[in-house]
Design a protein around this ligand. Structure first.
Ligand code: ADP
Length: 732
């Protein structure tokens, strides 16, 4: 939590106050220590001065004693007179006291700081003016000595400008002096006794200089200490303030960081919740799409199924055949769209897995070549499929369904968007099992700004115009390639065509037997085979459709509307193969599977699941559940017949179809007149006239007739003109 600004300021002031108090206490402490040291120093100076004064006074006393014993006593015995006025009498010498006073005076004259004097309340008349007890110290000292004290009397006196030590000792009457003093004519007192205090010998010594020095030293030391203290504390305070500021900054940053972390946490939680919501929404979308496609595929199944049945009816007029073909084509287109939408949502929901199966890469390329041949031809495009494989078969392992879908999407786009020139699919071996797939066209190209966005679902480029599409083809291809560990690369310039390529690793499978191809139309089971199939579906139209598809090729059919009915039919019929829907009200496909598997008498009857809600990629799922195979709705004849062939090993009678070789033949020729008529009517959009020309064409012209019929069905007159223009004129 962030401290309010005022609290920061209060904290700062509090700290400053504490530091000031601490500094003051320390300064006072230092001052007290310095003062104490100073008083000790003063005491030391005083005691040293007293010591000096004592030595000095002792020296005077010793000198006097020595003078008395060694000079005065000896000369007195020789008749030499000893008197205070010795300088007025011939041959006389000074009294010891007189000499001491003289000596003291002389010493006092030499240095004005030091002085000594001898005084007494009983002076000889000649010294009356100088002697006597002149001040309080003198009187106190006299009293002190006369009270019996043997010690020195000492005092420190402060005279403002000067501080002095006054050191006084008693001048006592010696035995040798008593008689002289008592008998002297001018004596002020004649009853002296040995030991009496005769006078006071005082030494005065100044101590102010020493003290001044001490003071100066201590003032300097004190000031320096205080200065140092102030500086130290100032610096400490500064550092503390800086640290405090730094701490505050770090705290503020921490608080900001903490709030950012909290915000991010909230954002992350929101993002997770949003993600979960999105996942849930995505799942809901997938379920919705699966349901809706199921709903659409069921009626589509009927439409396409019956359209196929009708197409097989040779009694239909050309017009009816064209209409059925349009139903078939449009239905197929619608189914493609549904599949694409379902596919992308399934990829996004992560429901897709890669399949590993053996397939012939050459066959897959041939299929594509065939598949797009007509379309390319209709648009007047050169369509080429190339490879550099050493043999006519290349069995590899991979997800054939997804690779096929990718190539259909890319080639489909190339043909859709290219109006002139060529479309080419080439596969080259880059390295052992690495193959480069390349789709090139001479179409309008893709602008740089769209090259990235068109790889996203539901995005289309600027060149779409009337070309249609959902914007899913590239996105599905990119996602499939990602699953296969590859990337789709796109190179294009506006107006310069497009090159899309990718690399795939497809291991050789060594499996030469890659299933039976049914290129031609199945007419029926060969006469030697007799097959009964049980069809189970709760939706009647589906039952009818399968019934019709199977009976068409002479397969016996028994139908049931649910699992329970199917079980009772199984009891009474000799069934070779079961085709069952999965979602049924009374007993669903799975429950039925369980029941059948439990009965040994039905062991070996292939059980094929049929479902409208899933794509072919679900096959493995149904195999895992225990079914023998899976057929998706809408049913295609080929897949139903392929299933019979695979599981019952039956053989069929075929009728040659005209697809493939005849259409792709480059030798297609046309009567010159017919060519002219067709071009004229096509330019005028006269469809009935074009149909008239077709009807007049003989059987040999069947190859171009079918293509022209396609153009009419699509109302693509421009395509028709381009196509017809390319046809060679026959010699007839
Ligand atoms: P759709 O073809 O359904 O629009 P796709 O995902 O297959 O969706 O393609 C997305 C867009 O990429 C197309 O609408 C088109 O603008 C652009 N595109 C794809 N292939 C080609 C191509 N060969 N030439 C020019 N434009 C292309």
């Amino acid at each position: 939590m962030e401290l309010p600004k005022t609290e920061h300021i209060d904290a700062k002031h509090g700290l400053r106050k504490q530091l000031l108090v601490l500094t003051a206490v320390l300064v006072l402490g230092v001052w007290a220590i310095v003062s104490h040291l100073r008083s000790l120093q003063v005491d030391l100076v005083e005691s040293t001065t007293i010591q000096s004064a004592s030595q000095y006074s002792q020296m005077l006393t010793v000198f006097r004693t020595l003078y008395t014993s060694e000079v005065v006593q000896k000369l007195t015995s020789e008749g030499i007179q000893v008197t205070h006025d010795y300088h007025q009498q011939q041959g006389a010498i000074p009294l010891p006291a007189t000499l001491t006073i003289l000596l003291a005076d002389r010493i006092g004259d030499k240095g004005k700081d030091l002085s000594a004097k001898l005084y007494s309340p009983y002076p000889f008349p000649s010294r009356e003016s100088r002697s006597g007890l002149k001040d309080d110290f003198a009187k106190e000292a006299w009293e002190y000595f006369n009270s019996g004290s043997q010690d020195a009397y000492v005092k420190v006196e402060d005279f403002g400008e000067q501080v002095n030590v006054r050191y006084a000792v008693a001048d006592r009457m010696r035995a040798s002096c008593v008689s002289c003093h008592n008998s002297h004519p001018q004596t002020p007192k004649d009853n002296w006794r040995t030991g009496d205090v005769r006078g006071v010998l005082e030494v005065v010594m100044p101590i102010d200089q020493g003290l001044a020095k001490v003071d100066q030293i201590f003032i300097e030391v004190g000031s320096l200490s205080v200065l140092l203290l102030v500086l130290t504390f100032g610096s400490i305070a500064l550092i503390i303030f800086r640290l405090q500021e730094q701490k505050n900054r770090i705290e503020t940053m921490n608080e900001q960081l903490a709030s950012e972390v909290t915000e991010r946490k909230i954002a992350e939680e929101e993002a997770t919740a949003a993600k979960e919501e999105a996942v849930a929404a995505n799942q809901a979308k997938s379920i919705f799409l699966a349901n809706i496609t199921h709903e659409i595929r069921t009626p589509m199944n009927a439409i396409l199924g019956y359209a196929q049945i009708l197409q097989r009816d040779s009694e239909l007029t050309q017009d009816q055949q064209n209409s059925v073909s349009i139903i078939n084509k449009s239905g197929g287109h619608l189914l493609g769209l549904i599949n694409d939408v379902l596919e992308i949502s399934r990829i996004e929901a992560g429901e897709h897995t890669l399949k590993e199966e053996s397939f012939d890469l050459v066959e897959l390329l041939n299929d594509l070549s065939e598949m797009f041949h007509l379309k390319a031809k209709q648009k007047g495009l050169r369509w080429q499929v190339e490879n550099d494989f050493p043999s006519p078969k290349l069995p590899v392992v991979g997800d054939a369904g997804k690779l096929r879908q990718i190539l259909i999407n890319l080639v489909g786009n190339a043909i859709k968007f290219t109006d002139d020139g060529f479309v080419q699919l080439s596969v080259t071996t880059v390295h052992d099992n690495d193959y480069q797939f390349e789709i090139m066209d001479s179409g309008p190209g893709i602008s740089k700004e769209h090259q990235q966005s068109i790889l996203e679902p539901f995005t289309q480029g600027a060149n779409v115009h009337d070309k249609g599409g959902t914007g899913l083809g590239l996105a599905i291809s990119v996602k499939y390639l990602k699953m296969m560990g590859s990337d789709l690369l796109l190179e294009s310039e506006l107006g310069e065509g497009t090159r899309i390529h990718f690399c795939l690793n497809l291991v050789l499978s060594g499996d030469e037997d890659l299933g039976v191809e049914i290129n031609d139309r199945v007419v029926g089971l060969k006469a030697e085979y007799k097959v009964t199939v049980l069809v189970i579906d709760d939706i009647e139209i589906n039952r009818q459709l399968l019934h019709r598809m199977l009976t068409d090729i002479r397969v016996e059919v028994v139908s049931a509307g649910g699992g329970a009915e199917a079980l009772s039919l199984l009891e009474t019929n000799d069934v070779d193969l079961i085709l069952t829907d999965l979602f049924m009200p009374d007993m669903d496909g799975l429950a039925l599977l369980k029941e059948i598997k439990q009965q040994s008498k039905w062991e070996g009857i292939p059980l094929i699941a049929i479902s409208a809600s899933s794509l072919q990629t679900e096959r493995q799922h149904y195999l895992d559940l225990g079914f023998n195979d899976y057929i998706s709705k809408p049913f295609y004849f080929e897949s139903v017949y392929q299933c019979l062939q695979t599981h019952l090993h039956v053989e069929f009678d075929y009728q040659k179809t005209s697809s493939g070789q005849s259409i792709s033949s480059s030798k297609t020729k046309m009567d010159g007149q017919m060519k002219q008529d067709l071009l004229k009517y096509a330019e005028l959009y006269q469809v009935s006239e074009i149909e008239g020309v077709i009807q007049s064409a003989t059987n040999e012209h069947q190859d171009w007739v079918r293509i022209v019929q396609q153009f009419i069905a699509d109302y693509d007159m421009e395509g028709l003109i381009r196509y017809v223009q390319e046809l060679e004129v026959s010699d007839e």
